[in-house]
Ligand binder design. Structure first.
Ligand code: HEC
Length: 238
């Protein structure tokens, strides 16, 4: 896509709506839905980059140059662009643009903090879920968190790390009960709905053979094809 057209559209939007600080403001439901979808796609792309490195991390075969913040950020951006078919526009002046920018920064900071650990490697030294949790922690502490929060969690009794329980990750969220209820069903269909002044995007994770094998090594018995946790996006709506 031509960047010029993008710029023009962004400029028109900026003039049409005076939005001084979108990240702090509640958005309408359609905006919330677009934001949640885009953020889910971007986060899946970022987690996918680390998932692809698992065999090499476990074998301590990752080269230093493959895990610089630049290298990982550009790998995740191109993975996102392939999956959604549009550029990763982190300069867009809307809330989705701000979310992309915040996510890009969170990924870079997480990698900068952990690149030594990744290169050193060893069995399950740096797994996708751990990476995602570190990225989400940064995202949920950024200015963006006034508008949107993201959680990755699973049911009690099926956690490798208790820190990622609903009770802990969603401690201050009005959606905690709703999400616990959805996870209880174990259904694998995504859910999108409004709950009070929040928009909820809920994406269940389906267990693939690689998830089950690695989780078993970490003491968790699961079944292939079953429910393996959920990614939750919470947007404050008008
Ligand atoms: C290479 C090993 C490995 C693979 C592959 C893997 N996981 Fe995990 N997963 C872990 C470990 C280890 C943790 C705990 C991470 C931590 O302590 O932060 C974890 C944590 C999680 C969590 C957070 C809740 C919890 O139990 O702590 C979810 C959800 C999850 N994994 C889902 C998946 C799914 C779905 C897949 C496959 C698509 C997958 N994982 C693949 C090792 C793995």
């Amino acid at each position: 896509m031509k960047p010029i057209r993008h710029l023009t559209r962004a400029a028109v939007l900026a003039v049409t709506f005076t939005v001084p600080c979108v990240a702090g403001a509640a958005v309408d439901e359609a905006t919330a839905q677009a934001l949640a979808r885009d953020l889910n796609a971007a986060l899946s792309a970022a987690t996918g980059v680390i998932a692809d490195l698992q065999a090499d991390i476990n074998a301590a075969k990752v080269s230093k140059s493959a895990v610089t913040p630049d290298a990982i950020a550009s790998a995740f951006v191109s993975r996102y662009e392939k999956s959604v078919g549009k550029p990763y526009d982190a300069a867009a002046k809307d809330v989705s643009g701000q979310a992309r920018d915040a996510l890009h920064k969170a990924v870079r900071e997480t990698i900068a903090r952990h690149e030594g650990q990744i290169v050193k490697g060893g069995p399950d030294a740096f797994v996708p879920a751990y990476f995602r949790a570190q990225v989400l922690k940064r995202l949920n502490e950024s200015a963006l968190s006034k508008a949107v929060k993201v959680y990755a969690t699973n049911r009690d009794g099926e956690l490798i790390n208790e820190d990622w329980s609903v009770k802990t990750t969603m401690k201050n969220s009005p959606l905690a009960g709703e999400v616990a209820g959805l996870m209880k069903t174990g259904a694998l269909e995504p859910v999108a709905k409004r709950v009070g002044d929040r928009y909820l995007g809920y994406w269940p994770m389906k267990l693939a053979p690689a998830c089950v094998t690695c989780h078993a090594r970490n003491g968790l018995k699961q079944t292939e094809g079953g429910f393996g946790g959920a990614l939750v996006i919470e947007v404050t709506v008008k």
